[in-house]
Design a protein around this ligand. Structure first.
Ligand code: AP5
Ligand code: MG
Length: 185
């Protein structure tokens, strides 16, 4: 069974490439961003607590996402693709523990590398199509700052374990999907 992390900055193409990966390897796709946005859309108590944080482009607390992932892993029997998780070193350490508790271990982490000007361009373009609440210039800048400060150290965590697979995230979605398949093997 494979468990894989897809990693990268906001707009790097994690969600887009996840569709190809789950189809090719038969994995369960779990996006923490999608789960959190659903809480907001459903108007749950948790959704009300996190809306301001997400609208500001900040990370929600580790406890909240870890609880969600604990449930998702316990319910999974086919292997998972983690999109947008882990985003802090503490989350990465917890993911290792959660998988180990089920006799599993992460296969690899696929990191999409895209320059910041291109990330901004993609997200501002998406804003005109989808209207996601956090796709505006000020919030994107905050999301990128959070990524640099809290999430990039996660890449070193996986590099130290020999699990980091660096992928050039520029090109057509098909070209990038082919690079990812080659890196996962
Ligand atoms: P999340 O939903 O994970 O958003 P994000 O990381 O900011 O990234 P995006 O979903 O915007 O981008 P993506 O990499 O998926 O790219 P996509 O494929 O969509 O998180 C949102 C918020 O939730 C966080 O800010 C935080 O508050 C909270 N959160 C989530 N997880 C958390 C966690 N673990 N801990 C704490 N807080 C958490 O592509 C982007 C655009 O580019 C699309 O329009 C797409 O069509 C286009 N595109 C894709 N590929 C290409 C290409 N090759 N060429 C040109 N355009 C392309
Ligand atoms: Mg996404």
């Amino acid at each position: 069974m494979k468990d894989i992390v897809i990693f990268g900055a906001p707009g790097a193409g994690k969600g887009t490439q996840s569709d190809f990966i789950v189809e090719h390897y038969g994995l369960n796709h779990v996006s923490t961003g999608d789960l959190l946005r659903k809480e907001i859309a459903d108007g749950t108590e948790l959704g009300r607590r996190i809306k301001g944080i997400m609208d500001a482009g900040q990370l929600v607390s580790d406890d909240i996402v870890v609880e969600m992932m604990d449930k998702a892993i316990a319910a999974d029997t086919q292997g998972m693709l983690f999109d947008g998780f882990p985003r802090t070193v503490a989350q990465a350490e917890t993911l290792d523990r959660l998988l180990a508790a089920h006799g599993r271990a992460l296969s690899c982490m696929v990191q999409l590398e895209v320059p910041e000007e291109e990330l901004m361009r993609r997200l501002l373009e998406r804003a005109t199509i989808q209207g996601r609440a956090d796709d505006n210039e000020a919030t994107i800048a905050n999301r990128l700052a959070e990524y640099r400060a809290k999430t990039l150290p996660v890449a070193e965590y996986y590099a130290a374990q020999g699990k980091q697979r660096l992928i050039d995230g520029l090109g057509t979605v098909e070209e990038i999907a082919a690079r990812i398949r080659q890196a996962i093997g």
